[in-house]
Design a protein around this ligand. Structure first.
Ligand code: ADP
Length: 373
């Protein structure tokens, strides 16, 4: 089946047309800087497209994508649209066909993901308008973690906050962790039901998940995608008392939001960049702050990986994925150097694997399964 996969962010829409049979994307791209200076970037085979477009909002960005797909002869044959939706709350532990009721629940979850769910909803509305004849499926970042036991998802806060405000760990990157868990089992020629894994997704966002016999049983991201590892611009876990202290120093909600989500992590530590490739180059060239950022990133990644051990009865493999996890051997080595106690890669110890993720393909496969019913 040919599936149009859409990932709508606050100022961009990423798209790909994926053939679920071959797993290949025939065309992929994005409309970025939606607003006054929108640009279309795309590639089809070896052909690359880059141009300014008129896309003041998500609706017009979708129209730009539709026209572009027509132009390159890729619109025919698309049988369904799959949407990446960040937060599905406690309601969705599987991908679902989008209807009015589903939209209402995604809307309700916006309070838990104010930066992500509203643009996801705008994208869905625009896709429904532009592709009215196609079934639309929502694939949630949180869904794979629906199997967490309550002792893993509850925080040490008054239980009423969970009951009243649904404050708990949800976890994210679920499509990536699910895809990689399945792929790892294939590579090891085993059933997912026979494997205990820790998957470390290291990209701009970073998280690790403990997968016990095919199910997510604990994960490092929490109520929001801020917890756990140090990320590109997000701080990861910090002493919650820091927030109290900063609020005394005059930081308001907006200031804290920007600090913790946009100006922390590798960027904040280095003062140079959130991009690991750049930091590795600068560290090699002797820049102290780049070195510090890389060291903190690796130590904290190791610490978060180790924090998942209590979730598993044994560990068969630690699997690296994501832009950093897949491509940077020095980072993998540095992380493993902090985990010597677990005897990774040694005789009798857990394996270390690198398995490329493909969230778009997982969204396309789920869309086929749900829309085909
Ligand atoms: P996203 O989370 O946005 O999907 P990616 O998974 O593509 O991001 O990861 C982006 C990160 O991967 C960037 O920090 C980038 O520098 C890093 N990266 C990509 N290739 C390499 C490499 N060869 N060595 C080190 N880091 C890399």
């Amino acid at each position: 089946m040919l599936v149009l996969v859409l990932n709508c962010g606050s100022s961009s829409v990423k798209f790909a047309v994926i053939d679920t049979g071959s797993g290949a994307a025939s065309v992929s791209g994005s409309v970025e800087e939606i607003g006054v200076s929108a640009r279309l970037k795309a590639k089809k085979g070896a052909e690359v497209f880059k141009r300014s477009v008129d896309a003041p909002n998500h609706g017009s960005a979708l129209a730009v994508i539709q026209n572009f797909l027509k132009e390159v002869g890729e619109v025919q044959g698309i049988a369904a649209v799959g949407h990446r939706v960040v937060h599905g709350g406690e309601k969705f532990s599987k991908s679902v066909l989008i209807n009015a009721e589903v939209l209402k629940v995604i809307e309700e979850c916006s309070v838990l993901a104010p930066l992500h769910n509203p643009p996801n909803l705008q994208g869905i509305a625009a896709a429904q308008k532009n592709f009215p004849e196609l079934p639309q499926v929502a694939v949630f970042d949180t869904a794979f973690h629906g199997s967490l036991p309550n002792y893993a998802y509850l925080y040490g806060l008054p239980y009423e906050l969970y009951e009243k405000h649904k404050i708990r760990r949800y976890g994210f990157h679920g499509s990536s962790h699910r895809f990689v868990a399945k792929k790892t089992a294939e590579l090891l020629a085993k059933s997912p039901k026979d494997l205990c894994l820790i998957i470390a997704h290291l990209g701009n966002g970073c998280s690790a998940t403990a997968v016990k016999f095919g199910l997510s049983v604990d994960t490092t991201l929490g109520l929001t995608p801020l917890e756990g590892m140090v990320m590109g611009t997000r701080c990861g876990s910090i002493d919650p008392g820091i927030i109290l202290h900063l609020s005394k120093l005059g930081y308001d909600f907006e200031g804290l939001n920007k600090l913790l989500n946009k100006n922390s992590g590798l960027l904040g530590l280095s003062g140079i960049s959130s991009d690991m490739r750049i930091l590795l180059e600068k560290a090699d060239a002797g820049e102290e702050r780049a070195k510090i950022a890389v060291e903190v990133f690796c130590y904290r990644a190791a610490k978060e990986i180790a924090s998942l051990m209590p979730a598993l009865p044994r560990l068969d493999a630690l699997v690296f994925t994501g832009g950093i996890g897949e491509n940077s051997e020095p980072i993998r080595k540095k992380i493993l150097s902090h985990l010597e106690i677990f005897k990774f890669g040694e005789n009798g110890g857990p394996q270390v694997m690198v398995v490329p993720t493909n969230e778009e393909l997982l969204i396309a496969m789920d869309t086929e399964e749900v829309a085909g019913k």
